[in-house]
Design a protein around this ligand. Structure first.
Ligand code: IPM
Ligand code: MN
Length: 335
């Protein structure tokens, strides 16, 4: 029927409400997408907790998924469903752009950062053990292969979005071996892209400079190991107003999952108070990834128009609109 099928993981807490906004806006905008909703709640299989086969099959079949927030337990073991999904589908690059939104005031008004986070290893490898009582080791695993593919992706992404500079962010002064390998690989990969300017910067310095004045980063793609990307991307989000306004995409060779990075907000779940913008903007990255640029453009301008007008916005943006009222306003702003 000429439609693309996309896997939808609605998520926990506010997940179903914000997913509903996406579905409503997509059908109003006539986006040629059919949603295949799957449950990723882990099940017991052969004595192990695993993601249901149907969910895995769905993503493998459709190549593209949109995902709401999944609650992550703190401290109990290492099992985060978010990470399991990234690992299961080998989504090695996490793209996190942050652009100032007109109508939402922050101390910064011209932010346009693009951050690529390595998404499979580093401190997230989950290898930890007790050496003796009171002494633990958490392994930061870095492989040249994973560095190479995320770095190559960063340069390709710079090409794709028309940026001419890639900057590796690292702490190789201290993490001499792991970040050293990342940095050396970056210099090697940079040679494959002679038309792109490459340089490197220490993470602490990046933070200092970016909160002082983010604009010098507006023409660059930043690429970095996993944990640095986790932290720095939240800082970038903070510059433009928080995780409620920032999209993200987990990209792999086979498939990709676009997700809102904010939490599941159980305290406001089911009350139509949640802001669906982050999931919507993630879905727009998804549309662009699928080549559905016209639909992406239409929905994006409708979101920005609605926020800029400031009449029908959710509480976190300073308004008092319900989730569905905001979605309706976005629908009215569609072309
Ligand atoms: C993110 C989140 C996740 C992470 C959590 C939920 C496991 O903070 O996507 O940035 O640490 O990567
Ligand atoms: Mn994070």
């Amino acid at each position: 029927d000429g439609k693309y099928t996309v896997t939808l993981i609605e998520g926990d807490g506010i997940g179903p409400e914000i997913s509903q906004s996406v579905k409503d806006i997509y059908s109003a905008a006539n986006v040629p997408i059919k949603w295949e909703t799957v449950d990723v709640t882990p099940r017991l299989k052969d004595g192990k907790t695993v993601i249901p086969d149907e969910a895995i099959e769905s993503v493998n079949k459709n190549y593209v998924a949109l995902k709401g927030p999944l609650a992550t337990p703190v401290g109990k073991g290492h099992v985060s469903l978010n990470l399991t999904l990234r690992r299961t589908f080998n989504l090695f690059a996490n793209v996190r752009p942050c652009r100032s939104i007109v109508g939402f005031k922050t101390p910064y008004d011209n932010v346009d950062t693009v951050l690529i986070r390595e998404n499979t290893e580093g401190e997230y490898s989950g290898i930890e053990h007790v050496v003796v009582d009171g002494v633990v080791q958490s392994i930061k695993l870095i492989t040249r292969d994973a560095c190479e593919r995320v770095l190559r992706f960063a340069f390709q992404h710079a090409d794709a979005i028309g940026r001419k500079k890639v900057r590796a962010v690292h702490k190789a002064t201290i993490m001499k071996m792991s970040d050293g390998l990342f940095l050396r690989t970056a210099h090697d990969v940079a040679k494959e892209f002679p038309h792109i300017e490459f340089d490197a910067e220490l993470l602490d310095n990046t933070c200092l400079k970016m909160v002082t004045d983010p604009t010098p980063y507006n023409d660059k793609v930043l690429v970095m190991p996993n944990l640095y990307g986790d932290i720095l991307s939240d800082m970038c989000a903070g510059l433009i107003g928080g995780l409620g306004l920032t999209p993200s995409g987990n990209i792999g060779d086979e498939c990709s999952i676009f997700e809102a990075v904010h939490g599941s907000a159980p305290d406001i779940a089911g009350k139509q108070l949640a802001n669906p913008t982050a999931l919507l903007l993630s879905s727009i990255m998804m549309l662009q990834h699928m080549g559905l640029n016209e639909y992406a453009e239409n929905i994006q301008q409708a979101i920005f128009k609605t926020i800029a007008e400031g009449k029908t916005i959710t509480g976190d943006l300073g308004g008092s609109a319900k989730t569905y009222e905001y979605a309706d306003a976005v629908i009215k702003a569609l072309k």
